[in-house]
Write a protein that binds this ligand. Structure first.
Ligand code: SF4
Ligand code: SF4
Length: 185
């Protein structure tokens, strides 16, 4: 079998091309044309084909699966959904979740987080904590990205801050369910 060889013609680099000046002028002409076109559109109150946005006054919509700041979810009765099982803090590769567990007075719940702190500056936004949680207690679907912090401790989101962003969990609640039987999370 004979091999087929395709010869690719190299572009000719004559003295005119090597001079660069004509190509620079050509590039500047394209940039200027776009500039005056958009300037004219702006004068008429239109956006033209400008792709930039006036951030932060205008913000782009994040995709539905965007991983934003964390939040903790609530139970049906408004209590924190988390049962302090430590799955999230164990799997976290950045070791930025710190949980202090307490004994819940309701024996069907057993434990709850007395303290739950996430260091958002150390977080690498991998989403493993959300994947590891067995009861939909932690999510990253706030649609809010972690903004720069002027003070280091402002990057620590504690239980109250995480609950302030919280929403009711859609997971089936464990312990004593309405209807009388016990079930998993
Ligand atoms: S997203 Fe990843 S790095 Fe951030 S807290 Fe969750 S597990 Fe840790
Ligand atoms: S958020 Fe979920 S995984 Fe983390 S401690 Fe609470 S229940 Fe466990």
């Amino acid at each position: 079998m004979t091999a087929t060889v395709t010869t690719v013609r190299r572009p000719e680099r004559n003295a005119w091309v090597q001079l660069y000046v004509p190509e620079i002028v050509k590039g500047l002409a394209i940039t200027s044309k776009q500039f005056f076109k958009n300037l004219g559109a702006a004068a008429l109150g239109k956006r033209g084909d400008v792709v930039t946005i006036q951030y932060p006054d205008v913000k782009r919509d994040y995709p539905a699966r965007y991983r934003g700041l964390h939040r903790l979810t609530y139970r049906d009765d408004g209590q924190v959904r988390c049962v302090a099982c430590m799955c999230c803090s164990t799997i976290c590769p950045a070791k930025c979740i710190h949980i202090e567990a307490g004994q819940h007075e309701d024996t069907s719940i057993e434990k709850y987080p007395v303290s739950f702190v996430i260091d958002e500056l150390r977080c690498i936004v991998c989403g493993l904590c959300v994947e590891a949680c067995p009861c939909d207690a932690i999510r990253m679907d706030t649609g809010i990205h972690a903004h720069p912090f002027y003070e280091r401790d402002k990057a620590f989101l504690d239980r109250e801050a995480l609950l302030a962003l919280g929403i009711p969990s859609t997971a089936k609640q464990g312990g004593h369910l309405k209807g009388g039987h016990a079930g998993g999370h």
